[in-house]
Design a binder for this molecule. Structure first.
Ligand code: MN
Length: 215
């Protein structure tokens, strides 16, 4: 395990599994990095688990190890834990990747992108960078977004970028949750978060690009 420190955040890079017990407050921020955005072609390289704004754990996957899910026992058990709320930004993709490579059905989800689309109806800018800028006044540097996440040695910049994708999710969720309540859209958001399971089923079975509800 390697440790990094960026401002107030400690980042732990694991190449085996997460530590046995992670301290969290009932919710974690989750993101994945892959070799690309095509679910049938690309593979999982890194998963980021933020436990607070100040602590983030990264698990790196080697291609040859990906088939051995038993190696990631602690990671899988935290993702499977229905009592823990998992916060994503664009959960649809990450959930499909997690389902495909770790064989985990991740439930109890909050997706900041879906929440944003439900309440920030005055804009069509729902990227993580847009949310951080408008809601938290944080300028997210996305320069490492399309970098080689399959490299066996990740750069310091990649580590920092990866952690930034999860550590702000807690504050974003809090603000979006308030807005959803204010607009009476909490129940609708919950239904959408639950529907993500079905959306992922469709994505992984060939209905990725079609809207099954369209005429
Ligand atoms: Mn990311």
């Amino acid at each position: 395990m390697k440790t990094f420190k960026f401002a107030e955040t400690s980042v732990f890079l694991h190449n085996q599994d997460l530590p046995n017990l992670l301290d969290h407050n009932g919710e974690i921020g989750v993101d994945t990095e892959t070799t690309g955005l095509n679910l049938s072609r690309d593979r999982l390289c890194l998963i980021q688990i933020g436990v607070s704004k100040n602590e983030c754990h990264l698990v790196q996957f080697e291609k040859s190890e990906l088939e051995k899910e038993s190696r990631y026992k602690n990671l899988i058990s935290i993702l499977k834990d229905k009592k823990i709320k998992k916060i994503f930004h664009y959960a649809r993709f990450d959930l499909a990747v997690i389902r495909k490579f770790l064989k985990v059905n991740c439930e109890n989800i909050f997706c900041t992108k879906i929440a944003s689309k439900l309440v920030r109806t005055y804009t069509d800018r729902h990227g993580l960078k847009d949310l951080c800028k408008e809601m938290l006044e944080i300028d997210l540097n996305k320069s490492q977004q399309s970098s080689d996440w399959s490299a066996s040695q990740l750069s310091k910049n990649q580590i920092k970028y990866a952690s930034h994708d999860v550590i702000f999710l807690f504050e974003l969720k809090k603000k979006l949750h308030e807005m959803l309540g204010r607009e009476n859209r909490l129940e609708l958001s919950e239904k959408l978060f639950s529907f993500l399971q079905t959306r992922v089923d469709l994505d992984l079975s060939g209905w990725m690009d079609s809207d099954i509800f369209s005429h």
